[in-house]
Design a protein around this ligand. Structure first.
Ligand SMILES: Cc1ncc(COP(=O)(O)O)c(C=O)c1O
Length: 358
């Protein structure tokens, strides 16, 4: 690891492999298809590894993710409405690999159908997105879902529904009420769709915080967790993984200890991202892998300020530390290169080639 320049993204390959295997085994054990969201790792070789373990497909959000992940798995799901230039980009990808798009309006259906016809690439499947509480995308009720499903035709073919339970950020053992509400809502929507002759072949759900309780919402046919591959400080704080399952860290060098009570590392917001911790009591922008009591209390673009008030440890200028970020997906998007290590040995480095907008 001494060869890695700082700040640098470092993935513990043993932990990564265990995380991937654990989720696939959970999905297999409950008869759920796994369609991991690749926005977390943004690397085609990792999507291929997930498919190799048994993932039925992978999920993407952006056109560049769609282009890079095309062909990595049996079927791509673009879990984001494809409008304007996005529709043309997705229609082109659909010529290479079986593709589904999640959307929530008749206008999005119309634009996607027009793009597919322009590209002459054959049909794209559609999942109608339902809002189950996040208040982001998704139709509000079953009647609206019926209307969007009925707008589909031959170029874009209705295949089912998608929802993202991203509003459920409670500690895993405190999710009972939210999961029960989700189950009741979904059962109702799916019954209405069935009565309208629109029974969904696919009911796509899942997130990392709720992943291992997905079987409690039995109507779903598949789950799309993404963060589980690397995990992060948020995932550990809500108990969706053990702290030792955090595979991704930012390796950083202590560049200053001049101000008493703190140390400054060369990982700022451009390496860690400035996303807050969601769930959990602690603040800050990350914590040390080996010293959870030491957090990154403040950030500039190139500086991370370690709070030393809870420790006797006094780092020296030049020391190297590893930091678990609050939100791994945003941190990966900031990296030109990611380094995979086994213990202290660098085994391989790769570009997260689906980063950015392309
Ligand atoms: C639509 C959708 N599906 C799946 C995921 C993956 O969820 P998680 O990051 O909790 O693994 C996300 C994450 O943002 C998402 O937006």
């Amino acid at each position: 690891m001494d060869e890695i320049a700082t700040p640098g993204a470092v993935v513990d390959l043993d932990r990564l492999e265990a995380n991937l295997a654990r989720m696939q085994s959970y999905a297999n054990g409950h008869g759920l298809r796994l369609r991991p969201h690749t926005k977390t790792h943004k690397a085609k070789w990792l999507a291929e590894a997930q498919a190799g373990l048994g993932a039925a497909g992978v999920t993407v959000a952006t056109p560049v993710e769609a282009r890079r992940m095309a062909g990595a798995s049996p079927e791509l799901l673009v879990a984001y409405p494809a409008l304007g230039a996005r529709a043309d980009a997705i229609a082109a990808v659909a010529g290479e690999t079986p593709t589904l798009v999640a959307l929530d309006s008749a206008e999005a259906v119309r634009q996607l159908a027009a793009a597919v016809e322009r590209a002459g690439t054959g049909p794209v499947g559609v999942l109608v997105e339902l809002d189950v509480g996040m208040r982001r995308c998704g139709v509000a009720d079953a009647d609206a879902a019926v209307r969007v499903a009925r707008a589909c035709g031959d170029a874009v073919v209705y295949r089912g529904v998608m929802f993202y339970p991203g509003h459920i950020r409670d500690p895993v053992e405190e999710q009972d009420r939210a999961l029960e509400a989700l189950r009741v809502q979904l059962d109702g929507v799916i019954a209405t769709l069935g009565e309208a002759g629109l029974e969904p072949a696919i009911v796509s759900g899942g997130s990392t915080p709720t992943a291992f309780r997905s079987h409690e919402v039995p109507v779903q046919t598949e789950i799309r967790p993404g963060t589980y591959a690397f995990n992060d400080r948020t995932t550990a704080a809500i108990g969706a993984c053990a702290r030792d399952d955090c595979a991704y860290t930012i390796l950083a060098t202590v560049v200053s200890t001049a101000v008493p009570g703190q140390a400054v590392v060369d990982a700022g917001s451009k390496a860690l991202s400035s996303d807050p911790l969601r769930g959990g009591e602690a603040g800050g922008f990350g914590e040390l892998l080996d010293r959870p009591e030491v957090t990154v209390a403040r950030l500039s673009e190139e500086h991370g300020i370690l709070d030393l008030s809870g420790t006797d440890w006094r780092p020296r200028v030049g020391d190297r530390v590893r930091i678990i970020p609050n939100h791994v997906c945003v941190s990966v998007n900031l990296q030109m290169e990611v380094h995979g290590v086994r213990g202290d040995r660098l085994e391989r480095s790769w570009e997260p080639e689906a980063r950015g907008w392309g």
